[in-house]
Design a protein around this ligand. Structure first.
Ligand code: ZN
Length: 291
């Protein structure tokens, strides 16, 4: 290579690096403020994980406490590429509910995190957006149970409670849609850190792609089924990534949780995943965590 060409090439590389560095980050909004879980300890972890992907600038909006003046909660959904739900509690005001549906229908991304799927079981459009839920106001009116059996999804209309989990333990997560952008390149099975394993979740489950399941073992008071733990949904032009894992900061330290959260948020925001799978991703037998 001539000296002139080399210099031009170097200049180009510097310019490209600068452009990559200066690439505007996508805006993400975490909603918390009420929960049947310790949202004050989990929101900072979600924020850190999303920001460490290098893709997102994260704001947090905290609703008034239970029984508080919910009309003061007025997020500007339209300013964000992805909204992360870490909320179970009082109904949002009617204008906010309408604005949220409008945001998703027009293509806004949503990440549903763990107990956020306990929320709003009596809000039909919300149940369609998040697909499956449990506890609180979720029941057989919400839709069928959904689980995995003999290589396919089973939708089971039998009556019964929605939402359960057995004793916390480490367990294997199995990818069911390896070509989906969120899952592409992940090991087909990985060991997740000690966590709750939701079972008997039910809901409309429309436009749902089941990404990953785990076997809920009766030995840990589970269902004996391969239960859905991660899936994607489309609603209007919006994309939703729903992850049921990550009960507390300890289970959230699993690299499998972190990486699927980051990839799921990128997919919800853009429809693609450009992040590489890191070398410290867990294996089929070994839990891997980050401090
Ligand atoms: Zn939990």
């Amino acid at each position: 290579m001539s000296r002139k060409l080399l210099l031009a090439s170097l200049a180009l590389q510097v310019a490209l690096a600068a452009a990559a560095f200066a690439a505007p980050k996508m805006k993400a909004l975490i909603i918390d403020g009420q929960n049947n879980h310790d949202w004050k300890s989990t929101t900072p972890v979600l924020k850190k994980d999303l920001e460490s992907s290098g893709l997102f600038q994260v704001d947090v909006t905290t609703t008034p406490p239970k029984g508080g003046p919910m009309e003061q909660f007025k997020p500007n959904f339209a300013a964000y590429r992805v909204v992360v739900l870490n909320y179970v509690g009082d109904n949002w005001s009617e204008p906010v509910r309408t604005a949220f549906l409008d945001y998703v229908r027009k293509g806004g991304g949503v990440v549903v995190y763990h107990a956020a799927d306990n929320a709003f079981g009596d809000w039909p459009e919300f149940t369609e957006i998040i697909g499956l839920g449990g506890w609180v106001a979720w029941n057989e009116k919400s839709g069928p149970y959904l689980y995995w059996k003999d290589g396919k999804i089973v939708r089971d209309d039998s009556p019964g409670r929605a939402g359960n989990h057995g004793k916390q333990h480490a367990y294997q997560i199995t990818v069911r849609e390896p070509k989906h952008p969120i899952m592409a390149g992940l090991p087909p099975v990985w060991m997740h850190a000690k966590d709750e394993l939701y079972d008997h979740m039910r809901g409309p489950a429309k436009n749902l792609t089941l990404l990953a399941t785990a076997y809920s073992d009766p030995a840990t008071r589970g269902s004996g089924r391969d239960e859905p733990l991660m899936f994607s949904i489309t609603y209007g032009k919006g994309r939703i990534f729903h992850t049921m894992i990550g009960h507390d900061p300890s289970s959230m330290s699993c690299v499998g949780f972190i990486v699927t959260l980051q990839r799921g948020a990128e997919w919800a925001a853009t429809g693609k995943v450009k992040q590489k799978v890191p070398a410290d991703f867990p294996t089929a037998t070994e839990v891997r965590t980050r401090p």
